[in-house]
Design a protein around this ligand. Sequence first.
Ligand SMILES: [Zn+2]
Ligand SMILES: [Zn+2]
Length: 336
Amino acid sequence: MAYETDRPDTGGWAPPELIEIPPVFVWPPRPAALLKYVFGWNGYLFPYNALYAVLGVLVWWYLIPDLAETKTLRIDWIAQLFLENLVIIVVWTSIWHLRLYVQRAQDTDYKYNRRWPKSSELFLFGSQLYDNVFLTLVSAVPIWTAYLVLTLWAMANGWIPYLDAREHPIYLGLFVLLLPLYREVHFYAIHRLVHWPFLYRWIHSVHHKNSNPTPWSGLAMHPVEHILFFSSILLNWIIPSNPYMVVLHLLRMGLTPAPDHSGFGKVVIVNGKAQVDAATYAHYLHHRFFEVNYSDGAVPIDLLFGTFHDGSQKAHNAMNERFKKKNARANSAPAA
Ligand SMILES: [Zn+2]
Ligand SMILES: [Zn+2]
């Protein structure tokens, strides 16, 4: 693990180790590191991806109507799905918010920004929390539900490919295993798109008002960004899948933003004896410096495109150089 003493001040606590490229993508192979990364605690599978896979099973089994029922669009099952998603997001995000920001159970321990968020006129209703909750419940949940409804409806009617997972367990396993990697690439693509200046001003600046994000900031986006964000599910319109795979795909998009915007690198549980990773430092740095780390790092796509910030002073200087060059280019451009 790479440690460095010379580190830029990024506002508060910073993980002692730099952000690393996952051992899946390094050469020569590091089998021991790879096994630890995939199966270890706070690694690729545990706790989050395993938890999402299990929650996906529960939601699909208990809360999702059969394809026979979703064959026709009817208000009863559509309203049911909307309410279920609403409850899921309120419960999940509130757990994070209440523990870290209301109860302040660990004060600012492991908090990336040592300050607590302050409301300002920048936000709807003059409050970061109300703004974030409003955008999540009024825009994110309906758009998430719309994608879910349309996908289940299309699948029930045979318009998109269906596959019986009981006959293809390996395929199902690979889907569950690789979905987070696909999500990274999709998120990187739409995220780069909405950083294009015109779209940034119009759309993505709504999310970036949260320079000191909290769990509710995760899905606080402009509706157009929600449409782009949840469009990841269109993968299931192309490759064979089934309702569980659809539910899991959308559910993890609903759930991952809360921990990743919690503002805390670690959450302390079990009387302070255990720690669970929460927000990625990569995405915190994105909210702080904007044009770095468009992805969370499960796929080294930022490294590939020169926008990776691993938390080191060297990466920090490189970022500042990049910004300087960009500003110089902008200033030397003929006025329109
Ligand atoms: Zn964000
Ligand atoms: Zn952004």
